[in-house]
Design a binder for this molecule. Sequence first.
Ligand code: ATP
Ligand code: MG
Length: 449
Amino acid sequence: MQQKIISALSLGINQKLVDHSALEVIKSLQSHGYNAYIVGGGVRDLLLKAKPKDFDIVTSATPEQVKRVFFKNSMIIGRRFKIVHVYYDKLNQLRSNKHQKNIFDKQILEVSTFRSNQVHNVDKNDKGRIVSDNNYGTMNEDAFRRDFTINALYYDPVSEEIFDYHNGIQDIQDKTLRIIGKPQSRYIEDPVRIIRAIRIATKLGLEIEDNTIFPFKNLKHLLANEPRGRLFEEMNKILLSGYSKQVIEELNHLGISRKVFPIFSQIFFDNQNEFANRVLERTDERIQNNGDISLVFIYAAMLWQTIKSQAEHYQNEFNMPYVEAFRESVYAIKPTLVNNGLTQHLIQSMREIWFMQANFETPSAKKLEVLMTHKRLRQSWNLFMLRHEFNEVDAELFTWWDNYINNEQADKTALVIELIDKFPQPEPAAKKKKKRKKRKKKVKQDNEQ
Ligand code: ATP
Ligand code: MG
C-alpha cells in the first residue's frame, strides 16, 4: 500500500499535546541525523481524542546508536526485541503543588528501532510463534510488522506530519480496528494480538472489523501456550486500561481458556464476586478521572474475598482462631499467585495490605505508631473502607480509625485512651511465644548432647 503523508494540524493534533520529554528525545535523535517519530498508542489516542498512556518512540538509529546519543541516561534492554530505555526526570505537578517544592518522578521512554519484515530472518518456534528477532529495517517495513492499522501511524511532531501506510487514518475516522496483513497468520505469529484487539477496541469504543475478529474463535486456544510473564503483563495492562470490567467481560464472552488468566477466571468467569467487581468499577473510575492507582492495591483488593472465605473455611473446618486462620489463608494463596505470574515483590506487598486488615480489626494501642508510618497504610485503609461499604467492619471501630487516621484536628491521646477503653487489646502474638519455647527447648537439647 502507498504511504500517505498527512498534516497533523489538519487532523487536530500538534506537538503541544505530546509529552515534553518524548518531544525532547525526538529532537535529540533528529539533530543527530536520525529519523524519529511517535508511533502506536500515543498517536492513535491523540487522534481519537483520548488521553495517551505513553508515547512510544521509533527511530532509524540502532539501539547502540541511540545509546550513543543519550549515553548514561539510557539503557539497552530486551532479548526478543532490543529496545532502549531513555530516562528523564519529570516534574510531578500534583505532588509539587501539594508539598510546595519541585518533586520529580523518574520517567522512562521506550525507543525502538524500525524493524524489518524479512520474516525469514526471524526465529520462530515449532508453533510458528516468533521467539527472536532483531532485524532492523525501514519505516515502511516497520509498519508491516505492527498489529493494527491505527497502531501503524508515525507522527513527526517537529515537522507536524503523519505517515500512514495502511489507511490507519481512515480507520481512525471510521472507529474501526483492523489487523494488518492476513489475520490468521498474524494471530498464529503472536496470539496475544487477540487480547490486544479486545483491550484496545473496548477502551476506545472501536468496532473490530469482521476479518479481524473472525479467526478469534479458532485460534484463541493458542493463548494458553503463551509465556506466563507475557500474560501477566497483559493482565496488568487490562487492569490499568480504565475499562477493566468491560474488557474482562469481553474475554469471558469470547470464551478464552481458563489457563490464560486463571485469576480472572476464578474471580469473574466462574463466580459473581461482587466485591471484586466493585474493585474493578472503582479502579476504572479512578483511572478515567486521572487518579493514580497501584497494581498492588488492585490485586490485593480483587483477591480479598478469596482470602476471607479461605480464612472462614479454616476457622470452621479446623477450629482455628481468626488471626491464625487469616494468616494461613494469606500464605495458602501464594502458589496460585505465582502460577499467575505475579512477582515476589508484588506478592509481598499484597500481604502487607492483607495483614494490615487484621491490625485494623484487632487494634492495638502499642502498634499504632508503627502502623501510622507504614508505607502501605493508605492502600490498606482503602481496602478497609471498601470492606466497610460491604458491612464487613464494625461501625464503631471504623469510625474510630477514620478519626485517628484522617481527622487532623482530633485529640490523638484521647483517641488512644478511648481505644484501650472500648476495644479489647490483643494479647502478644502466641506464635512468637511458642517459637521461643521451641528454640529454648532445642538449645536445652543441644546443651545436653
Ligand atoms: P497502550 O495504550 O496500551 O500503550 P499501544 O498500542 O501503544 O497501547 P504498546 O504495547 O505500548 O501498545 O505497543 C506500542 C506499539 O507497538 C503498538 O501500537 C503497535 O504498533 C506495536 N505492537 C505492540 N505489540 C504488538 C504486537 N504484539 N504485534 C505487533 N505490533 C505490536
Ligand atoms: Mg503504548
